[in-house]
Design a binder for this molecule. Structure first.
Ligand SMILES: Cc1cc2nc3c(=O)[nH]c(=O)nc-3n(C[C@H](O)[C@H](O)[C@H](O)COP(=O)(O)OP(=O)(O)OC[C@H]3O[C@@H](n4cnc5c(N)ncnc54)[C@H](O)[C@@H]3O)c2cc1C
Length: 410
């Protein structure tokens, strides 16, 4: 059931396009109709991916957060690859129209061919990015820049669709409708870029702390700051050699009317380690956001919050904004290897003393062994989790749709 729901947007697109095709009352042979259909699915998936890549707040909310939106982006990418491959292997053939295919039409056919090859290479690169080859992974930034090449594939596919005049009129009309919708997605993608610039603010690093491999950053806006809700995240980079790549991090500080932000960043890879070593007070930090929709239900009832390792940061943000008269009951468990690794321990303990309905348990596995898990019949109406995928999958099986979680990886 979970898999079906996850692929619902892709299935929905395929069903809608199938219905559109039926309305055109196709009379050609099955392979030709299948080829037309595959082409429609491939182009529409690519167009929707422009929309999903635009980081528009309204679209993000629709999917319940950017992490989930990017998951759908990836799935539409796989659908585009599969459908384009079907279209390319089995191209539609209308011999009666070939004679009237002028230079523009021939260029459109050629552009489809080139667009397909770009899509395949960059699509396969995106798939490979998530794999490890003998301990080596494609660096994220290499992949990120290569991914913009898909805009070229989209343009070529758009030209292929709009200028390919060797089809019956009804298919040309469908192509034009899909092309115009695709062009709208491109416009929204460009609008997204403008909005991103407006959501990007310059900050000054006020303090940097280093403890147990975690860098704590506090920064205030140079002029105007961002306004975030507890649990949201931002893309940040510093204006300093080696720290100019933007990476996503949860804003672990509470909601702040002056736009002050805090981050707690675990040095797990090249960038986060460099940040740990090189970021200093007074540096300029560029903050783009806020994004994300990870939040706790505030309508009462019993809920559990489970954080593991650096997955503590959204909960740190919740606790820093937790009202004294919290509705409902929150039971929080923080899983760490040992107490020295824990971040913000004093604040969680202080919150447990201050707020009646909030309880906090630290579970250091070095002393207490494996965490036994939550009891399924404890009556939790919601379970919030942030931490490693293995544990998330276990909780997902146990709590199904009651589980809310944040992916720490796109
Ligand atoms: C919504 C969200 C919130 C996060 N919050 C926190 C937090 O509060 N504290 C914390 O320590 N970590 C957080 N992370 C994880 C953090 O973003 C990654 O650990 C960091 O980007 C890794 O970069 P690296 O170069 O050090 O490691 P690498 O080993 O180079 O990268 C490890 C993985 O991180 C991802 N990644 C790398 N670079 C980027 C990038 N520029 N943009 C997006 N993803 C990238 C890729 O999936 C990559 O495979 C969060 C991630 C997300 C998605």
């Amino acid at each position: 059931m979970g898999v079906v729901l996850r692929w619902l947007p892709q299935v929905g697109l395929m069903v809608v396009l199938f219905a559109v095709l039926l309305v055109s009352n196709p009379r050609e042979d099955l392979p030709t109709v299948a080829a037309i259909y595959a082409g429609m699915v491939a182009f529409s998936s690519m167009s929707l991916n422009l929309l999903l890549g635009a980081r528009l707040p309204a679209i993000e909310r629709l999917f319940g957060g950017m992490d989930k939106m990017f998951l759908q982006h990836r799935q539409f990418g796989y659908l585009a690859l599969a459908a384009a491959a079907v279209h390319w292997l089995n191209p539609p053939s209308f011999p009666q129209f070939l004679a009237s295919c002028d230079d523009l039409c021939k260029a459109a056919i050629e552009s489809g061919e080139i667009g397909f090859k770009i899509l395949m290479v960059l699509g396969l690169l995106s798939w490979a990015r998530r794999k490890t080859f003998r301990g080596w992974r494609l660096p994220y930034q290499w992949w990120k820049w290569s991914h913009y090449g898909l805009l070229a594939a989209w343009w070529l596919a758009f030209f292929h669709l709009m200028q390919n005049r060797k089809m019956p009129v009804v298919y040309q009309q469908m192509a034009e409708i899909i092309g115009v919708i695709g062009a709208l997605c491109l416009i929204l993608y460009l609008v997204g870029w403008v909005l991103r610039m407006r959501r990007t603010k310059a900050y000054v690093v006020e303090s940097v702390t280093r403890s147990g491999g975690v860098t704590g950053i506090r920064a205030h806006p140079k002029t105007h700051g961002i306004r975030h809700r507890a649990g949201q995240f931002a893309f940040i980079h510093a204006k300093k050699t080696g720290l100019r790549e933007a990476h996503p991090f949860t804003i672990s500080g509470g909601e702040d009317p002056d736009g002050v932000v805090q981050f707690n960043i675990k040095g797990l890879g090249d960038y986060t380690r460099r940040l740990h070593d090189d970021l200093a007070e007074g540096d300029t930090l560029v903050v783009e956001g806020p994004y994300g929709d990870f939040r706790y239900p505030d309508r009462g009832g019993k809920q559990a919050w489970i954080a593991a390792g650096i997955g503590i940061t959204p909960f740190l943000s919740f606790v820093r904004s937790l009202p004294d008269d919290l509705k409902g009951e929150v039971e929080m468990v923080y899983l760490v290897r040992n107490e020295t690794e824990a971040v913000g321990l004093d604040e969680f303990r202080a919150a447990a003393d201050r707020v009646d309905n909030f309880s906090f348990t630290l579970h250091p596995s070095d002393d207490k062994g494996r965490w036994p898990g939550l009891s399924a019949d404890a009556g939790h109406q919601a379970v919030l989790f942030c931490g490693p995928p293995v544990l998330r999958d276990i909780l997902k099986k146990q709590f199904g749709r009651k589980l809310r979680f944040e992916y720490f990886e796109f």
